[in-house]
Design a protein around this ligand. Structure first.
Ligand SMILES: Nc1ncnc2c1ncn2[C@@H]1O[C@H](COP(=O)(O)OP(=O)(O)O)[C@@H](O)[C@H]1O
Ligand SMILES: [Mg+2]
Length: 286
């Protein structure tokens, strides 16, 4: 059976130990999200899975045969048109010209790139269009394993939602397994079947969440409620630096700052959205 399985994987750059005791399994057709703060080793882990880094410690078994990687930056070749960029892997696989042209064009259209955009060069495309092209370049290979490194991090919220939908449609139609790295917990809750939360120094998995509801059925309300629920977990809060933030807020309150709510001074029981010096009550003074 197709499966990616890591057992007790560790990694170090020279003497700097960045990953320790990583266990994860990704069966066919599942979306696994890996979330964690910057620098906790997410990219290193993805590169190990992609075979871009040599495994140092532990075992890594990859039974997928058609992996594709989507990097954080689109990494389009500036001297090639969008269509030729999308077709790179197909050309490398030796497909006849007519076929790679047709497939690249069809996938370009599927991700929302029109005929003009497909003839343009990367510098003529917006950031969002470049991301679509990078997604198309990965999907056109019909991968059975898709490894994505914060692929939508730089996009605004509407475009992110569009590309999420495209990914889910493709995933549902083809049953591709996805390992997706993100530091956006809401994105993970929207897309993933399971979420692994990492903490740094060294990078390790500190929490696992399973999401039973199919991704296609999750609406904004579900995503917001579920994310808020996860943020109550102490490991998750610590991993995103939220405990430190809460401590700072308490300290500020102890030092005579006023708590601000939506309409000025916070009422009892109201969510506190900021702190201000009592003399001005204008700004966030911390
Ligand atoms: N090629 C490298 N050589 C040395 N240190 C590296 C290299 N790549 C990443 N690191 C370090 O390893 C740690 C984890 O990096 P990375 O895997 O990129 O984390 P993340 O993707 O979670 O931000 C960081 O401290 C980073 O500076
Ligand atoms: Mg990274």
């Amino acid at each position: 059976m197709k499966r990616l399985q890591l057992t007790d994987v560790a990694h170090a750059y020279a003497l700097d130990k960045v990953l320790a005791g990583i266990d994860l399994a990704l069966p066919a057709g599942r979306i696994l999200a890996l979330v964690g703060p910057s620098g906790c080793g997410k990219t290193t882990l993805l590169h190990l899975c992609a075979g871009l880094l040599t495994l140092q410690t532990g075992t890594l078994e990859n039974r997928y045969t058609r992996p594709a990687v989507m990097f954080q930056q689109p990494r389009l070749l500036p001297w090639k048109t969008t269509r030729d960029n999308i077709a790179l892997g197909l050309k490398a696989a030796g497909l006849p010209r007519a076929e790679w042209q047709m497939r690249a064009q069809a996938m370009g259209h599927a991700v929302g790139l029109d005929a003009d955009a497909l003839e343009q060069f990367p510098h003529q495309l917006s950031g969002g269009m470049q991301s679509r092209a990078a997604l198309a370049r990965a999907l056109v290979l019909e991968p059975d394993l898709l490894l994505m490194d914060e692929p939508f991090a730089a996009l605004d919220i509407g475009l992110k939602a569009q590309l999420h939908r495209l990914l889910l449609e493709h995933q549902a139609a083809r049953g591709v397994a996805v390992l997706m790295i993100t530091h956006d917990l809401m994105e993970a809750v929207r897309l993933a079947d399971a979420i692994l939360v990492m903490a740094p120094d060294p990078g390790r998995i500190v929490h696992r969440f399973e999401l039973a509801a199919p991704a296609a059925t999750r609406d904004d309300d579900f995503v917001h409620r579920t994310t808020a629920g996860f943020l109550h977990d102490a490991d998750v809060r610590a991993c995103f630096g939220l405990e430190a933030l809460a401590a700072t807020a308490l300290q500020c309150a102890d030092h005579g700052f006023a708590k601000l709510g939506a309409g000025g001074a916070a009422q009892a029981g109201e969510n506190v959205i900021g702190l201000a010096r009592p003399a001005t009550r204008k700004g966030l003074a911390c």
